[in-house]
Write a protein that binds this ligand. Structure first.
Ligand code: UTP
Length: 290
């Protein structure tokens, strides 16, 4: 079994749900407490043992590349002023030379199409996909937990988490193959946004995947689906007929930062867990709600 060495992070979408904030900056650079969203997901990938991250970028997303580059004037200025702690935080996102690649999706034709754009860089090996607007907390990280499971099972793995039964119509929901009795279980299908009475479970797909390279040939044949986009879900459905497919209920909490309220909640939630801000912020919130 080949190890999972590479991860695709698609960043070419328009981020329409968070406009106008994303009119002139990429959604993936929106700050979450003190770092941009993309920093969380790239760090999560490297911490999970990923050796090479492929960012699928697009028009207007150049600032994301700069974030992972050496900022000569800024660093020289901070160094001259002896601002060591800030300097360290600025240097942190820079990965080992050659460990991040950028490829372009010329038009945002859907998540499936974005993944397909990375096919040549991935080649013939399993890979992870992490959606940068889904920030997941928990130690070890969700992706690290999945890579651990993968070494035992192989195949394809989708991260899932429990949602309230009445909310199934907001998510992609997985169907377990049989009665499940562990965090990792084989699945028989996925349903996009089912009504609660029709939902095969209350386990929602959460933005972390481990996939086999055969998905690329299927994506190539996948016609435009929901919303006129080439959907990753459609290609995964086809792959499920050929290969083992697992869902994994990871330990941790996810935040949907691609949505205004989700982003606000994520900021409050993560800031309350941050030593620098937790006490002052919780005092402030208490005053405001009383
Ligand atoms: P989303 O659907 O959450 O992002 O895709 P979006 O399309 O930017 O957002 P809305 O729906 O318009 O508000 C999840 C991730 O996939 C990327 C996005 O950039 C985001 O990080 N994506 C999506 C692409 O790279 N290409 C696409 O064609 C679509």
């Amino acid at each position: 079994m080949k190890p999972v060495r590479k991860a695709i992070i698609p960043v070419a979408g328009y981020g329409t749900r968070v406009l106008p904030a994303t009119k002139s900056i990429p959604k993936e650079l929106l700050p979450l407490v003190d770092r941009p969203l993309i920093d969380y997901v790239v760090s999560e990938a490297f911490e999970a043992g990923i050796e090479h991250v492929v960012l699928v970028t697009g028009r207007g997303k150049g600032a994301i590349e700069d974030y992972f580059d050496y900022a000569f004037e800024l660093e020289a200025g901070l160094e001259a002023k002896n601002k060591t702690a800030i300097l360290e935080s600025v240097r942190q996102p820079i990965a080992k030379a050659g460990a991040i690649s950028f490829t372009r999706q010329q038009a945002p034709l859907g998540l499936g199409h974005a993944i397909w754009c990375a096919r040549d860089i991935i080649g013939d090996e399993p890979f992870a996909v992490s959606l940068p607007d889904v920030v997941v907390t928990g130690r070890p990280s969700a992706l690290a937990q999945m890579v651990g499971e993968y070494t035992r099972t192989g195949g394809n793995i989708i991260a899932v988490e429990e949602v309230a039964k009445e909310d199934t119509n907001k998510y992609g929901i997985v169907a377990p193959k049989a009665e499940r009795n562990s965090a990792l279980f084989e699945m028989s299908g996925m349903v996009e946004k089912p009504a609660p009475e029709k939902a095969p479970s209350n386990l929602a797909i959460t933005g972390r995947y481990i996939l086999q390279p055969e998905i690329f040939a299927l994506l190539e044949k996948t016609p435009r689906g929901a919303g006129g986009e080439i959907q990753l879900t459609d290609a995964m459905d086809a792959l499920m007929r050929e290969q083992p497919f697992f869902a994994y209920e990871y330990e941790g909490e996810s935040h949907d930062c691609g949505d205004k309220l989700g982003w606000l909640k994520a900021n409050v939630s993560l800031a309350l867990q941050n030593d620098e801000f937790s006490s002052a912020l919780s005092d402030f919130l208490k005053q405001k709600v009383n």
